[in-house]
Design a protein around this ligand. Structure first.
Ligand code: ASP
Ligand code: MG
Length: 428
C-alpha cells in the first residue's frame, strides 16, 4: 500500500490535474491511496468567503460562486460538456450554498469547518472522475467520515480509536482486492456526521501521514513543485542543496523551526510505524527526490537555513520595576495561550522578558494591548528570524554581515538569530 499526496500548487489547473493523473497511473502497482488538497489557492479563497459572510451573506455567496466557476472552467478543459462531473460540482455547490445562506456565523470556527472543506471535495471529485474517464478505475472516499476528531473546529485533534474503527470498516475492505486505487481529501475530518472539522492550514501532509499510519502503508510520497527537501528556501537563498536522506528527527527539527517543506505534524505518525516519506518533484517524477526515514544519514549534518519573516520582538517588564519572574511568567503565557500566539524564541534578563512572535498574527495587536495593560512594553517589528542547523562560523559571518543581530541563541547544532534588516540573507 502506497500513499500519494498532491498539494495545491501541484494541482492548480487542468494541465496539473492531467499530470497528477499521469503520475498516479505510472506509479500505481497494487494498492494506492491518493490524498489531494484543494486546487491552487482555493482554501484562501474559501476563507475569504467565510469572513465575508460574517457581514454580508450575499457578497460571500457571490465569492463562492466565483470559486465554483473556476472549477467548472477547469472541468471544461478536462471533460466533454455532458460529463457527470458537472453535476457533481453542482451538488457540492448546492450543499455549501445552503450553509452559506442559512447557518449562523456566530460560532465562526464551526461555520468555517462546514464551508472550507469544499476545496478538497471539489478537487478530489474532479480527479476521481478524470481518472475514471481516462480508464483508471478508482473509488472516492469522504475523509470527513474516515479521520475522526474531537470538536476543536479548525484545529481538530484526531481520535485514534474512532479513526481506526472507520478506516478498518470503510477503507480497508476496499483494499481487499489485489489491485485498488482510492482517492480522498487531505486537511478535512469529522467529529460526527453533522460536524465536519479541519486539521489546520496546510494539513494535507498530515492527513497523508495519518492514512499511512492507520493503513500500515509501506510509504508516503508527497509530490511537490520543488525537487525534494532543500537545505534552504530558494525564495531567499541561491545555491540551495537537495537533502537526499534525512532522519525523522532532523525533519521534525527542521519543520519546527519553520522549514515550510512539510507540515510539522506529519513526521510523528510515520516515525511511529517506521514508514518512509518520499518528497518528489511533480515536474520530474523520474528524479530521486528526498527520503525521510529512520536512517541517521550523512545529509543530517548539512547546514540548513530557515528564514522566517515578519517577526515581532516584544520586551516585557513589570510596571513597578520589580523583577519579571516575581510577577509570574505564567500570566504572560496565559495571554499568549488566550490569543493562540506561538513563541519562536524567548529570553529573559533581570528586568525584562522578551518574546519573538509572528508580527502578522491576526491577534497580535490584541496581545500587545493586553500586555500593555499590565506591563511596560517595548517592541520591534518587521524582524527576520534566521535559524541555521549545523552551522559553521564562516557562513554565519557571511549571513549576518550587513545585519543588526537583535537577539541570538546558540546550541550545539542550532543557531537562531533575530535580524533587523529587510535585505535577503545572501548566498550560501
Ligand atoms: N487546502 C488546505 C490548505 O491550503 C490544506 C493543504 O493544502 O494542505 O491549507
Ligand atoms: Mg493547500
Amino acid at each position: 500500500m502506497q500513499i500519494f499526496k498532491f498539494g495545491g500548487a501541484s494541482i492548480k489547473n487542468a494541465e496539473a490535474v492531467k499530470r497528477a493523473a499521469d503520475i498516479i497511473k505510472n506509479h500505481y502497482r497494487d494498492h494506492l491511496l491518493v490524498v489531494f488538497s484543494a486546487m491552487g489557492k482555493t482554501t484562501n479563497a474559501l476563507e475569504n468567503v467565510c469572513a465575508t459572510c460574517k457581514s454580508n451573506r450575499e457578497a460571500g455567496l457571490q465569492l463562492f460562486k466565483g470559486i465554483i466557476n473556476e472549477h467548472i472552467e477547469i472541468c471544461s478543459r478536462l471533460f466533454e460538456s455532458n460529463d457527470p462531473v458537472f453535476q457533481a460540482v453542482k451538488s457540492i455547490e448546492k450543499e455549501i450554498s445552503i450553509i452559506l445562506t442559512d447557518k449562523p456565523t456566530a460560532d465562526f470556527s464551526y461555520f468555517y469547518d462546514q464551508v472550507v472543506p469544499a476545496g478538497e471535495l471539489l478537487s478530489t471529485t474532479i480527479l476521481s472522475r478524470y481518472l475514471k474517464m481516462t480508464g483508471c478505475e478508482n473509488e472516492w472516499f469522504d475523509a470527513r467520515k474516515l479521520i475522526k476528531t474531537d470538536y476543536r473546529f479548525t484545529k481538530a485533534t484526531v481520535d485514534q480509536t474512532k479513526t481506526t474503527l472507520q478506516i478498518n470498516s470503510k477503507l480497508k475492505p476496499y483494499f481487499q482486492s489485489p489491485i485498488r486505487l482510492a482517492v480522498t481529501q487531505g486537511f478535512i475530518s469529522g467529529a460526527d456526521p453533522l460536524n465536519p472539522t479541519t486539521l489546520g492550514r496546510e494539513g494535507s501532509d498530515y492527513s497523508a501521514a495519518l492514512f499511512a499510519y492507520f493503513l500500515d502503508a509501506e510509504s508516503v510520497t508527497i509530490w511537490k513543485d520543488v525537487k525534494g527537501v532543500l537545505n534552504a528556501d530558494p525564495k531567499y537563498f541561491q545555491n540551495t542543496r537537495l537533502l537526499k536522506n534525512i532522519s525523522y528527527r532532523e525533519a521534525i527539527e527542521l519543520a519546527y523551526y519553520g522549514a515550510s517543506i512539510i507540515h510539522p505534524k506529519t513526521i510523528q505518525p510515520l516515525q511511529e510505524k517506521k514508514i518512509p516519506l518520499y518528497v518528489k518533484s511533480f515536474n520530474k517524477p523520474e528524479n530521486e527526490g528526498s527520503v525521510i526515514d529512520e536512517n541517521t544519514a550523512e545529509d543530517d549534518a548539512v547546514p540548513s537555513f530557515i528564514f522566517k519573516k515578519n517577526r515581532r520582538l516584544i520586551s516585557i517588564s513589570p510596571a513597578d520595576f520589580s523583577f519579571v519572574a516575581e510577577t509570574g511568567l505564567s500570566r504572560i503565557f496565559e495571554l499568549l495561550g488566550k490569543y493562540a500566539i506561538t513563541v519562536d524564541i524567548m529570553q529573559n534578563s533581570a528586568i525584562n522578558f522578551s518574546i519573538c512572535v509572528d508580527d502578522q498574527h491576526p491577534n497580535i495587536e490584541k496581545l500587545t494591548e493586553a500586555l500593555k495593560k499590565e506591563y511596560r512594553i517595548l517592541y520591534n517589528s518587521e524582524l527576520e528570524l534566521l535559524t541555521v542547523r549545523h552551522y559553521d562560523q564562516a557562513t554565519i559571518h557571511e549571513l549576518t554581515r550587513d545585519k543588526n543581530v537583535v537577539l541570538e541563541q546558540r546550541t550545539r547544532n542550532t543557531t537562531r538569530m533575530l535580524l533587523s534588516n529587510h535585505a535577503p540573507a545572501g548566498n550560501l
